[in-house]
Design a protein. Structure first.
Length: 709
């Protein structure tokens, strides 16, 4: 490696050509960064005391350690943003001088000099005639600008807009052309030359971007894959797989979508969900252990990226399946995407029909929505969906998924119709995060002519205004205040209407059929074409009974919209796991401290409380301790002569221990699996100990999170 400070213009002039490798990210400087460069340039050009202004480094690969003193091409590893922006500024300045027929500035700066010294190699042919070759997404736009040709039909927006910005700034400062030219001449960079034979460009690239602020995970992954390949293979893989993927994600949102996609891709491939900040490191680890060549790896990423676009970016061509994906997206359950990526991949391989995929997606949607309505924990979903596809019988895909949902332990269970309908009738659905979602799904279920729910507003049949009229109080009865508070935002009292302002707080009978529009047409709820308003025309009094009756009817209909799986017992039994044979041959009798007359009664009291935490808690006697498990051990009990020692499987900093009796044993040798120890000496200690144990259990089960609203 060799570094040297050099004026930017001299640096550009002495090099034949700079090439931005295809694996580099697209040009991305914003107007803010361009204006900062312009400000620095004007300041340097107008202040004689400023001899130079440093704008950053440019790292490039050359075949030897000689600095730029010979003519050859350089591969830009870092600094392409400032180099490209500087070239756009030079091109804009040259264009201004040409358009205004200014032959020279200060006798040294001219349009011809700017073009032939810094933009073009006039004696070369083809791509060799350009000083800078950008990536494919930016190249056509850049070349048309410096050649004064019309921009392409689909231009690079950043290249075009930043060039236009410089044109505008130069025009505004036409009286400062000398300062502009002087400022440009004072810009200085540090050129860092790498020798491919001795330097590792990838390691240097990573170290220069180690903060993660400059490059996205997508940029780092693309560079990691393609940087070390021969140029011909780089080009082949980029054009065949990477560039189509960038286009599929969308130029403006590529980075955001790719980072999210890669996290799900790695979850599929490894079975583990990487931290959002560690996707690049997780990918490097996966690529080094995947035992596939680079071409196969890139092809696989491309395949799954297109799956992701179908699932998450509205790219699925089948109307019904695309609608199912759209509905699921509204529930914001991205944690299900690894499972759906595997399902979609199996569909593309012919293991599933399009109708079966749609049914599977609808099952996932119903599972998630029912759990949200029933206020069940949502952060247990990651454990439900992680590796779910691998547990299914792919010869009976739909049936086995239904069985899997039905056989989930209670804390991850699929709410049945009775539970779902009861909760749906009583929940505050007006404050529900996905209010437009459930209203749209109910209204459009089995409709071919779909209603655009967004064109309507949510109408409270019984008004929101707590200052009810005498008529409303009479309709609701002597307990009108309680009825109003209890049922205002519930299913039975909510509907859709385009006439909210006309209905306002008017009495029920007026809302029902006595209001007319300016042309005399009835616009009451009785005349509404919406399914949600069917039957309202036959209700004489809107009171607690009417609200409950309507809620009961719509809740029953909802069970048919978000359908629960149903399988005969003989089919379900095929999928039940046979309980594993005990791995331990120990029992209570093998623990001397649990013999009658010692700490046995204390243990039995604790044992009863722990087993009652959840039906899925299991107990296993080991040589030294007794393990209580849900997903895995959440508490281990070590019987001792004068009490019980508990090992809680929870980080010490997470335990809520007002009495301060817990001990941090992380990093220390101990029996049991936890980082927290606590002693129980007598029966009076059991309620407090159970509270500590419950925290470890709930953390493992994901039950500490607040259910999504």
């Amino acid at each position: 490696m060799k570094a040297s400070e050099i004026p930017l213009l001299k640096f550009i002039h002495k090099a034949t050509q700079f090439v931005i490798p295809i694996y580099q990210r697209n040009y991305s400087w914003t107007e803010t960064q361009c204006r900062q460069l312009w400000h620095d340039l004007i300041r340097a050009g107008t202040n004689e005391a400023i001899a130079s202004h440093f704008i950053g480094s440019i790292v490039y690969v050359e075949s030897s350690l000689h600095m730029i003193g010979h003519q050859e091409n350089f591969l830009v590893i870092d600094g392409q943003q400032r180099l490209t922006t500087s070239m756009l500024l030079i091109a804009a300045l040259a264009k201004h001088l040409e358009d205004n027929e200014i032959e020279s500035v200060l006798g040294a700066f001219s349009a011809k000099k700017y073009r032939e010294y810094y933009l073009l190699n006039t004696l070369e042919a083809g791509d060799g005639q350009y000083k800078l070759l950008l990536s494919e997404a930016d190249q056509d736009t850049f070349l048309t600008l410096i050649r004064n040709h019309p921009t392409p039909a689909e231009p690079s927006e950043r290249v075009r807009s930043n060039y236009s910005l410089f044109r505008e700034l130069i025009t505004e400062h036409d009286d400062q052309l000398e300062a502009i030219c002087r400022g440009l001449e004072k810009l200085v960079i540090v050129g860092v030359a790498l020798d491919r034979a001795h330097d590792n460009p990838q390691l240097i690239f990573e170290s220069m971007n180690s903060t993660g602020l400059d490059l996205s995970q997508a940029d780092l992954i693309r560079n990691f894959i393609l940087m070390g390949l021969k140029p011909t293979l780089q080009t082949e893989l980029y054009k065949a797989y990477w560039r189509p993927m960038e286009k599929a994600f969308g130029a403006g949102a590529y980075t955001t979508h790719f980072d999210a996609f890669m996290r799900h891709f790695l979850t599929v491939k490894t079975g583990e969900i990487p931290n959002v900040r560690d996707v690049y490191q997780a990918f490097k680890a996966y690529s080094r252990t995947s035992n596939v060549g680079v071409a196969a790896l890139v092809a696989d990423i491309h395949t799954y990226a297109l799956h992701y676009c179908a699932i998450a970016l509205n790219a699925e061509p089948d109307v019904d399946l695309n609608e199912a994906f759209k509905d699921l997206r509204e529930l914001k359950v991205e944690v299900s995407y690894p499972f759906l990526l595997e399902v979609y991949d199996d569909y593309k391989k012919g293991l599933l029909s399009i109708s079966e995929v749609t049914e599977l997606v609808r099952l996932v949607e119903a599972y998630v929505f029912r759990r949200v309505v029933c206020a069940l924990p949502t952060n247990s979903h990651n454990k439900t969906f992680a590796g779910l596809a691998k547990t299914l019988d792919k010869d009976n895909y739909v049936e086995s998924l239904k069985a899997s949902f039905l056989l989930q332990p209670t804390y991850r269970g699929f709410p049945n119709d009775q539970t779902f309908e009861q909760q749906l009738k009583t929940r505050d659905l007006y404050s529900f995060r996905n209010r437009s979602y459930w209203l749209r799904r109910l209204e459009n279920h089995r409709r071919k002519e779909r209603v655009v729910v967004e064109d309507y507003s949510v109408e409270h049949i019984m008004p929101q205004n707590p200052d009810l009229s005498n008529q409303w109080k009479a309709d609701l009865g002597p307990d009108w205040k309680t009825v109003h508070e209890t049922y205002l935002h519930t299913l039975g009292n909510l509907t859709l209407s385009a006439y909210n302002s006309e209905y306002s707080d008017r009495p029920w009978l007026m809302k029902r059929d006595q209001i007319r529009d300016k042309d005399g047409n009835p616009i009451g709820l009785a005349y509404s074409p919406l399914k949600l308003n069917h039957g309202l025309g036959h209700v004489e009094v809107w009171n607690e009974e009417a609200i409950k009756n309507r809620a009961k009817r719509i809740a029953a209909e909802s069970s048919g919209v978000w359908t629960a799986p149903l399988l005969p017992d003989e089919v379900l039994n095929k999928y039940r796991e046979v309980p594993p044979s005990p791995t331990s041959h120990y029992s209570m009798d093998d623990h001397k401290h649990l013999a009658p007359g010692s700490t046995r009664d204390l243990f039995l009291g604790l044992r009863k409380l722990v087993l009652e935490l959840d039906p899925n808690v299991t107990e296993e006697f080991l040589k030294v301790y007794v393990a209580y498990k849900a997903e895995t051990n959440f508490v281990d009990v070590i019987p001792q002569a004068r009490g019980l020692q508990l090992s809680l499987n929870i980080p010490f900093h997470e335990i809520e221990d007002p009495k301060g009796i817990c001990v941090d044993v992380s990093g220390r040798g101990r029996w049991g699996n936890g980082d927290v120890e606590v002693r129980v000496a007598n029966v009076e200690d059991l309620p407090y100990a159970l509270g500590l144990i419950r925290q470890a259990h709930d953390r493992q089960m994901g039950e500490t999170a607040v259910a999504a609203q």
